[in-house]
Design a protein around this ligand. Structure first.
Ligand code: NAP
Length: 239
């Protein structure tokens, strides 16, 4: 509740930048002099740095999410991602998929009262027309046509490692060239990804997103490239 005082304190000691996490990702915004377009679209800031005119904020989760996808040879305009969950991380994933150039973006959630405002938050942006929100009972119809199925719910996260947001019968409907992407990084791989793997589906877990969102923040603060592989190794050591 003393966020403004804390930020003033960081200014006073000449700090160059800092990370922001739950529950301050939204509350920090009015305390910054400017935010990037990316942070504005996501609606949350996770990285702040000092400029001549005051603090500036951005959201590095978007590019963190994109990092393991960028090297893949895919025509993203023909990929219509299906995102499970509509919480904070899903917002960054939606913005990332729009940035990739995906034709349609489908978000599946369990609570209609949250799904509608989720979509409405992008009214008056180019993203609005790309986005469709769905209830879980529509998932079966979506899975068979998607090349990218993303779990942004905590289902399957340790200590509930034996759960999966999608059962094998549904994963069987995925096209063979599809990618299953789980934002969860503990356990690695999650049950969702293990099931997808048994069907020969390419999998991506949340470790690369975690490493890269941090690396991008460090690059902003230092103003120079950082050794992502060293950061990845350090993180793996922690796990
Ligand atoms: P969040 O804001 O709490 O959102 C979670 C979403 O999942 C909500 O839409 C929630 O629905 C839904 N959900 C939760 N339990 C569910 C269930 N049993 N069935 C159906 N839907 C369910 O959390 P978040 O910040 O978006 O994080 C989501 C996951 O992503 C976490 O596992 C987190 O660790 C991971 N993550 C990873 C990275 C990374 O760098 N790899 C970064 C960010 C997040 P309701 O709103 O109805 O509850």
């Amino acid at each position: 509740e003393n966020l403004a005082t804390a930020i003033a304190g960081l200014s006073a000691i000449d700090l160059q930048g800092f990370s922001v996490t739950i529950p301050h990702k939204l509350a920090i915004i009015p305390l910054l002099s400017q935010i990037t377009e990316k942070a504005r679209l996501v609606g949350a800031v996770n990285t702040v740095w000092r400029t001549e005119t005051g603090w500036q904020g951005t959201n590095t989760d978007v590019d963190g999410f994109l990092a393991p996808l960028k090297s893949l040879d895919k025509d993203w305009s023909r990929v219509n991602p299906v995102i499970l969950g509509n919480g904070g991380a899903a917002r960054a994933v939606v913005v990332a998929c729009a940035q990739l150039g995906c034709g349609e973006i489908h978000v599946v959630g369990r609570n209609q009262k949250k799904l509608d405002p989720f979509k409405e938050s992008w009214a008056n942006t180019s993203l609005y027309d790309l986005l469709e929100v769905h209830s879980w009972d529509e998932l079966e119809g979506l899975v068979s046509t998607t090349e990218l199925l993303i779990n942004s719910t905590p289902i399957g996260m340790s200590p509930q490692g034996e759960q999966s947001p999608v059962e094998l019968e549904l994963l069987d409907l995925l096209p063979p060239s599809a990618i299953a992407y789980d934002l969860i990084y503990n356990p690695r791989p999650t049950k969702f990804l293990r099931l997808a793997q048994t069907r020969g589906i390419r999998i991506i877990d949340g470790l690369e997103m975690l490493v890269n969102q941090g690396a991008i923040a460090l690059e902003i603060w230092l103003g120079q490239p950082v050794p992502v592989s060293v950061m990845r190794e350090a993180l793996l050591k922690q796990f």
